[in-house]
Design a protein around this ligand. Sequence first.
Ligand SMILES: Nc1ncnc2c1ncn2[C@@H]1O[C@H](COP(=O)(O)OP(=O)(O)OP(=O)(O)O)[C@@H](O)[C@H]1O
Length: 942
Amino acid sequence: MDSEDCLPEGGKLPELKLDARQAQGFISFFKKLPKDPRAIRFFDRRDYYTAHGENATFIAKTYYHTMTALRQLGGNSDGISSVSVSRAMFETIARNLLLDRTDHTLELYEGSGSSWRLTKSGTPGNIGSFEDILFANNDMQYSPVTVALFPVFREGQLYVALSFVDMTNRKLGLAEFPEDSRFTNVESALVALGCKECLLPADFEKSIDLQPLQDAISNCSILLTERKKAEFKSRDLVQDLGRIIRGSVEPVRDLLSQFDYALGTLGALVSYAELLADDTNYGNYTIEKFNLDCYMRLDSAAVRALNIVEGKTDVNKNFSLFGLMNRTCTAGMGKRLLNKWLKQPLIDVNEINNRLDMVQAFAEDPELRQGLRQQLKRISDIDRLTHALRKKSANLQPVVKLYQSCSRIPYIKGVLQQYNGQFSTSVMTRFLSSLEEWLTENRYGRFANLVETAIDLGQVDNGEYRISPLYSSDLAVLKDELSEVENHINNLHMHTATDLDLSVDKQLKLEKGPFGHVFRISKKDEQKVRKKLTTNYIIIETRKDGVKFTSAKLKKLGDQYQSLLGDYTSCQKKIVDNVVQVSCTFSEVFENFAAIISELDVLQSFADLAISCPVPYVRPDITTSEEGDIILQGSRHPCVEAQDGVNFIPNDCTLVRGKSWFQIITGPNMGGKSTFIRQVGVNVLMAQVGSFVPCDQASISVRDCIFARVGAGDCQLRGVSTFMQEMLETASILKGASEKSLIIIDELGRGTSTYDGFGLAWAICEHLVEVTRAPTLFATHFHELTALANKNGDQHQHVPDLGIANYHVGAHIDPSSRKLTMLYKVEPGSCDQSFGIHVAEFANFPEAVIALAKSKAEELEDFTSAPNLSGEPSDEVGSKRKRVFSPDDVTRGAARARLLLEDFSALPLDEVDGSKATEMVAKLKSDFEKDAASNPWLQQFL
Ligand SMILES: Nc1ncnc2c1ncn2[C@@H]1O[C@H](COP(=O)(O)OP(=O)(O)OP(=O)(O)O)[C@@H](O)[C@H]1O
């Protein structure tokens, strides 16, 4: 942790001002609060907030980075440690707790003495009551989702029932699916939904091991909330949903009849999120069946490997795909949709092509793109405004902002209509006709009429949102009176200017502010009129920007104005409520606009990125997962390419069925292997999201899943060894992947001894090639793995080709200068020379050490002049090292290594403790070593 303290400048925190009696009262209240280790509780003390007890220590440590921020409240024996935070600091903490972290909940209390009331509470999955604070100055980038899960055994098969609630978009959903013991489907669903909080039954039967499920939840950084099993019940569910779901109850009943256990999870969610307690929810929710098979599946490892989401420590927005691809213009709506799309890549070729058509249309027509961006920039967050309207406290501001945003829509329509390129029919069907339908007299027209007649739009520029005087005769009278007082004030302004010999407006300004009507002059002018000012006027404030003053007359008129404005406000209150209520009935129109606008926003954002990159992106050709190959010519990693100072070397990737469907990539450290294999995953993901890709040419056979095992992750912190984590991730790949997936594996087997690591890597490769048959990119430092390509069939003997191909990333060592240069070029063939000693030479190791290293390497590596097994051409630097083994030894050895893997994956490691697990693994290892003794090929690894 950063040791430097982060106290405000001068080290001063808001002072905790409580006398002994008040302190005593508060302490007795605080101590009675129910224990909840996850809750961070704040107490609103008007100008500042406080937190106490362990929360105070947490805040001092986490946010001030010093314990000196702590104060003691009350006497030593029953006192509590306390910390105070300013309003601004409170906002920072609230954002961190609810938007960045997922290990706490937030509670806010209001009151005094010993009487306090919980007024707001939020969790990462339910941020509703803190929205005003969280998004006062920031766009809302995602809509958090809370999920409830219930695993169950049925006829010997594990199933999971799932339901979710998205409280920002007022959406519910439910699903039931078969599951494996590692809960891989749940993990994909949690990723696709953008889940932030997950409810699980607490007192769960022991027959199902929930540990892997809890691991999946924690891998996705989701807050786990345990609820009593009794809460997972569906009694009264139809009735409850009937109240909150829009439209008739019949379709809801039909939908629910398709599920068994998911109903209980939905019941738990509805009660946890207290959806019935808020009557603004009534009739405003929608419900759907969540179908996991509609999208490409991604687990948390793939999300990390492909850098899909922004990281907290990213120094540059282009580090993540979201950061790079976000060129949206609307306030929040486009960002939220992009976030969603990136986690839900499509698998239907037509749907993908529909998006690509639009991106191409926008990419090819700069006027269309620019015109759209100009309009989209002026659109506020329609979803959040609609949300605000539904809250009872709503005022006219969201109504006006909705009106202003929606009034851009005819212009957007105009821009789209101008387009007459090859996709004009699609633009018409996808956007124009829906916009036209919603813009009709009957729908948006009625709302626009209401606003234009009811609201005094002329005052909006002054920051006043009021009902038009023409709307009611009472208001008209008040408006006349207000105008009269305003005239008097203006006259007084002129008289005062004459009296002080100052020009109106230029020198003597009239302002409306927290002090009512006041005059303001510059400090320079004040010197000229100081005498008169002090005798005839009342000075209110002297600041850098001038001197504010008033007079008895202005004060009187200002008071009159305020009082009339008060009358106007209370007279219009009923009408305001009515206008807000009627506007609320147009929610569906706004939601539809919001959906169309956000889609346009993301698609134009894709086009903008594709066109404005130094090397433009291209439209990929998409084929179904059953046909076609994955061919990326001149492909780049979009995030690495976008970093300053990187001169990215493009590479081709040709994953061809039966030829190079399984690629082993070798090469020196830092040679670009990992970047290459990730970039293939990123390109495929981008294409299926509907974006152009950073290639010269691309054709992609749709993938239903990307599995990635790249890097060890941070699991050591949770007590899982690197090796175990690696094996667990690989086990999920072996179980879950199919011919339709894409597998990316980097440096598998690094976490254990070379021998075990190699044996496992070989066996895993064999399994992937022969059983899984998924296109795979396997980057490895085990050069010997390249011998796998010998398993490829022989056309002459009519043995089908397994499609194993070797590739390597090259490096060049200049013989005279000994300079090592990474070429970052992926070439066919294996690279099995070691660059380690060259690197050491380059680092000026003593000559004696280098010489010894070389001779030891020769001893160990058994250099031979025999033709190499892979049949690859020799490289420019160094000689290739190859040992000769009989094909029989290699095949039998590999089969034994594969058996080791199978035995390993069959071990019930989830059910036994650490020492038992070590014992089991040791036994497997010793059996393996015994068998390997008679196999020269395996022996080399022992
Ligand atoms: N095609 C490329 N063009 C330019 N620079 C590249 C390219 N590929 C990788 N690099 C640069 O090289 C660095 C190392 O790449 P990478 O991590 O992919 O190597 P690696 O072979 O996987 O290394 P290791 O085996 O040590 O894990 C990257 O951080 C990147 O800056």
